[in-house]
Design a protein around this ligand. Structure first.
Ligand code: NAD
Length: 456
């Protein structure tokens, strides 16, 4: 507790010195971060292997590579983003100019989860550095190897008065959340997201909540079924389904259901082999608690494909469940594992209605070649973001904000959106002293008719 209070005080004092506000300082720190990640690339890959059995390819694609790419993008554009933005001024304020300044919040807290433990701790940090903040990161206690290497690289690259790590679980988070930060960036579950927002409200601290939920994946009868099957299997079973934007469940048109399922079976075998629960290259479930939570979901279910599990290696094979309804246990919460339940539909309107009866999802995927249905679905459902004819990849771009809405979270980041998230937008109107229109000053004469000319 005392240690955290002292650290926060130290960061506050450092922030007040104004160093972090200099563009060159921010760019130098981003390059330092990039260099240290490259230096410890092998150690990061090893840690991700130990925590989640990620292959080097998957770990580079979804964690290290994404982070390096984000640093390059932000570094290239930061000079333009930090400039004050000139905007128009209403005629009523003649003679003035207006500018929006992006200023850092101050000391920010980043709370990260375990599923992409490296990327989800470092990606927000890039935004925090770019915007000129100091930061304290608390990585997840569940992915302990990755959390250790994050601590090592952050301590080697930065002074603790600028960026530092606090390790620990729930207790450490609770102590951190008692403190007054200037911004809190949380990635994790809906339940903990609520706690974070409640604690933040005590200090009126603004928050970003990057949460989860049940993200639907829809396939209609006009879709390219082969590609749909391939892209769904990839997106669902990446990191063994422990991905916030993984398709949580499948909605398939009754006419093409069997054909799609056969193709999915084909791709599961092609990607992961005949018995993926013994595939040493398939990611594992993070811990025993989650392993048992997931295998319990399989009890009494109608398993169409997969279903094998290996308690020694904590692996569960890619599994597809049939004869599922909204009352099935697997449909009550976010699955967050390699299990894909299948629901059927006849009309896209049924899908729209059912999605709208549930909390707003983080992602939605629609496989179709029908333009007006695509427009209808996008217009009448609300969700964080998603893809038409693909899964997951909408988040792998620095050109669009990534985030949830409603129960799936608030606030977006990646690229410019990260810079904006970690910046307060300070609006300044600068008035000339050459002219001073008297209309607004009391005592008010019979000037209302003039006021109505200006304000209508
Ligand atoms: P979690 O909410 O259990 O933990 C997230 C962080 O909060 C961890 O650092 C943890 O130590 C801390 N924490 C846990 N309990 C706490 C408490 N009571 N008070 C304060 N802090 C607490 O989430 P998780 O299990 O690590 O991650 C899985 C969840 O995260 C899933 O719901 C997933 O969808 C979501 N997620 C969302 C995104 C996104 O970008 N939207 C990305 C990854 C994961």
């Amino acid at each position: 507790m005392d240690e955290i209070v002292a650290l926060l005080e130290k960061q506050r004092t450092f922030f007040q010195k104004g160093k972090t506000k200099e563009l060159q300082f921010r760019l130098t720190q981003l390059q330092k971060l990039k260099r240290i990640i490259l230096k410890y690339e092998n150690e990061i890959l090893e840690a991700l292997k130990k925590d989640l059995n990620k292959t080097e390819f998957e770990a580079y694609m979804t964690e290290i590579g994404m982070v390096l790419d984000e640093i390059s993008f932000v570094s290239k554009n930061l000079k333009n983003w930090v400039k004050p933005e000139y905007v128009k001024t209403p005629l009523a304020q003649f003679l003035s100019s207006s500018k929006i300044y992006s200023e850092p919040y101050g000391v920010v807290l980043i709370l990260a989860p375990w599923n992409y433990p490296f990327q989800l701790a470092i990606e927000p940090l890039i935004g925090a550095i770019a915007a000129g903040n100091c930061a304290i990161i608390k990585p997840s206690e569940e992915s302990s190897y990755t959390s250790k290497i994050i601590e090592h690289i952050i301590n080697e690259a930065f002074k603790t008065e600028y960026i530092s790590i606090i390790q620990g679980g729930r207790e450490a988070s609770e102590v951190l959340l008692e403190q007054k930060f200037d911004y809190i960036f949380f990635t994790g579950s809906v339940a903990v997201g609520r706690i974070v927002m409640e604690k933040a409200s005590k200090h009126l601290t603004p928050v970003s909540l990057e949460l989860g939920g049940k993200s639907p994946c829809i396939v209609d009868e006009t879709a390219n079924l082969r590609l749909a099957a391939k892209r769904i299997i990839w997106g669902k079973f990446l990191n063994a389904g422990q991905t916030c934007v993984a398709p949580d469940y499948l909605f398939v048109h009754r006419e093409v259901k069997m054909e799609l399922l056969l193709l999915m079976k084909h791709y599961i075998k092609k990607f992961y082999g005949a018995d993926p629960s013994n595939n040493t290259k398939f990611p594992k479930i993070i811990n025993q608690k989650h392993f048992h939570r997931l295998t319990n979901l399989l009890e009494g279910s109608n398993i169409l494909i997969g279903g094998q599990s290996n308690v020694q290696s904590n692996q569960i094979a890619p599994t597809i469940l049939d004869k599922v309804t909204w009352d099935s246990p697997v449909m009550q919460d976010e699955i967050f594992g390699p299990i894909l339940p299948v629901l059927e539909f006849d009309q896209i309107q049924e899908v729209v209605t059912q999605i709208n009866q549930h909390p707003k999802p983080l992602a939605l995927y629609y496989f179709t070649n029908h333009k007006s249905r695509e427009r209808k679905l996008l217009k009448h459902t609300s969700f964080g973001g998603g893809c038409i004819n693909d899964t997951i990849v909408h988040l792998a771009t620095a050109h669009m904000p990534f985030g949830g809405v409603g129960d799936s979270g608030m606030g977006g980041y990646h690229g410019k959106a990260s810079f904006d998230t970690f910046s307060h937008k300070k609006s300044i109107l600068k008035k000339s002293n050459l002219l001073d229109i008297g209309l607004r000053y009391p005592p008010y004469q019979n000037d209302l008719k003039w006021l109505k000319v200006w304000l209508k």
